[in-house]
Ligand binder design. Structure first.
Ligand SMILES: Nc1ncnc2c1ncn2[C@@H]1O[C@H](COP(=O)(O)OP(=O)(O)OP(=O)(O)O)[C@@H](O)[C@H]1O
Length: 273
């Protein structure tokens, strides 16, 4: 039996803002070591919230949640920090320090394993630029090794964050929309690199994607979210066109809806809370 990386049962997650609206409701999910899962679903379905929850960045409101057999929210801060070092979340918009060099940003993945002096020294003289170069080259970004992060395009920043992931030794790779700023050729390269890396370290790979056709072509298991609930969780062979159509049904305004630039009369009295 492969090791269970995640076990979620009846999980509910709310966001602090927006009146603590429900973002995920009654989620049951098990993910084992070595599994590769694509998370699909319309905008606002809860994909990012699910990944943040799996990364132990969002505390669930109710239900049961374990990562590597432990409930992160019942651990003390030190133990939770250690657990988090086994997970790596690559967000859609990576919060990389703007003035930093790419090499430093990528090597930051090693920080949890370095003592203070080594980490501080690496800010001035990167400790292992060859490793950073190799990771970047796998995403066709080797030529940006010494560029400043704020001079990268959106897609380059995303790949920089993914290169950082390669230098971590995480056993759960959580990737939010890695292809949103990439052209088709780079999308294929990026997916292939992520999947090879996850397979080589027998890590769980959970990747949210808007490109349903790529999800179905590359991932053996598809988890579909809609309105914060799991619509289906199936091997890709069992996902039908009708299921996909149903998943995205209602995502466009009806044909007889007002023109998008027509401001509703009720809007004027609104307030921002
Ligand atoms: N920080 C936040 N505060 C309040 N509500 C939020 C916050 N982030 C997300 N939400 C809400 O939670 C729900 C799920 O959002 P989430 O970002 O997880 O969806 P998503 O499927 O990743 O969407 P997209 O495909 O557009 O990135 C949405 O209704 C969204 O408006």
């Amino acid at each position: 039996m492969p090791e269970a990386v995640y076990q979620l049962r009846g999980l509910t997650v709310r966001h602090a803002a927006a009146g603590r609206a429900l973002a995920l409701e009654n989620i049951d999910l098990q993910i084992a070591a070595g599994e590769q899962v694509a998370v699909i679903g319309p905008s606002g379905a809860g994909k990012t919230t699910l990944l943040a929850t799996l990364a132990c960045a969002h505390r669930p409101d109710s239900g049961a949640f374990t990562a590597f057999g432990a409930d992160p929210w019942s651990l003390d801060n030190g133990a939770r920090h250690k657990l988090r070092s086994r997970l790596f979340l690559a967000p859609q918009t990576p919060p990389l320090p703007p003035r930093q060099r790419v090499v430093t940003a990528v090597l930051a993945a090693r920080l949890p394993h370095w003592n203070f002096w080594r980490a501080a020294a690496s800010l001035f003289k990167p400790a292992d630029p060859e490793a950073a170069f190799r990771a970047l080259a796998r995403f066709n970004l080797g030529d940006k090794l010494y560029s400043r992060v704020d001079r990268l395009s959106g897609g380059e920043r995303q790949r920089c964050a993914l290169a950082r992931m390669l230098l971590s030794d995480a056993q759960a790779l959580l990737v939010d929309e890695p292809l949103s700023a990439l052209d088709p050729a780079l999308s294929q390269l990026t997916l292939a690199t992520l999947q090879q890396e996850a397979a080589s370290r027998n890590a769980a790979l959970v990747c949210s994607l808007h490109q349903v056709e790529l999800a179905l072509a590359h991932f053996p298991r598809i988890v579909a979210l809609k309105h914060g609930r799991i619509a289906f969780d199936l091997p890709r062979e069992r996902v039908t066109e009708a299921m996909i159509a149903e998943l995205y049904l209602g995502e466009l305004p009806p044909a007889n809806s007002p023109h998008p630039l027509e401001v509703p009369a009720t809007l004027a009295g609104g307030a921002c809370l």
